[in-house]
Design a protein around this ligand. Structure first.
Ligand code: NI
Length: 186
């Protein structure tokens, strides 16, 4: 397995919708290696999650999970989870703002509004189904990662004027802005 380079905003591959993982790939050595690369890359960058298109693989596959981590002092642990061809369904109308960052959007963090509760369903690497109802930080991380599968980056979820100001400011900011409570960097 290997640590892969993470594509950065401006790379058109981050904007392309990804394709479903074919059933024939599930359980294959090729998929196992891809998951290993995602895991290694996420660990090396202290990310809360990573999506396959971020390493240049246009497949609907994400990994996320955090243990006790000083970068996320108020976030509860999330077990390592790998989702293949995930489907998300918000539960209720409640939106919540929370801090996010992204390994593909260096130097920028912002409060992003998202549905607070949702249900997700996906295949796992063994071909079994996983289905969970989650809320708060867990729901936020899943939504952030699955946005990558549709070519969406978190600044797209901000009001356009806000995003423009933040992106301009990030261009002159220090590369590591420091940890904020509950900031997902993925
Ligand atoms: Ni991200």
């Amino acid at each position: 397995m290997a640590i892969r380079s993470v594509l950065q905003i401006g790379d058109p591959r981050l904007r392309q919708p990804s394709q479903a993982v074919p059933r024939s790939l599930i359980g294959s050595q090729k998929l196992t290696e891809l998951i290993g690369d995602l895991r290694d890359t996420m660990a090396a960058t202290d990310g809360a999650g990573l999506a396959a298109p971020q390493i240049g693989v246009p497949l609907r596959l994400v990994i996320f999970g955090i243990s006790r981590n000083p970068r996320y002092p108020e976030a509860g642990p999330i077990p390592e989870t790998i989702l293949i061809n995930p489907e998300l369904m918000p539960l209720g109308d409640e939106l919540e703002c929370g801090w996010e960052g992204c390994l593909s959007v260096p130097g920028l963090r912002a409060e992003v509004p998202r549905p607070r509760r949702l249900q997700y369903r996906a295949l796992t690497p063994t071909g079994a189904w996983i289905e969970r109802k989650v809320e708060g930080f867990h729901a936020r991380v899943v939504q952030h990662e699955c946005d990558h599968l549709d070519g969406v980056l978190f600044p797209d979820r901000l009001a356009p004027a806000t995003a423009a100001i933040l992106i301009a400011a990030a261009g002159s900011a220090a590369p590591e802005p420091g940890a904020r409570p509950n900031a997902a960097s993925s």
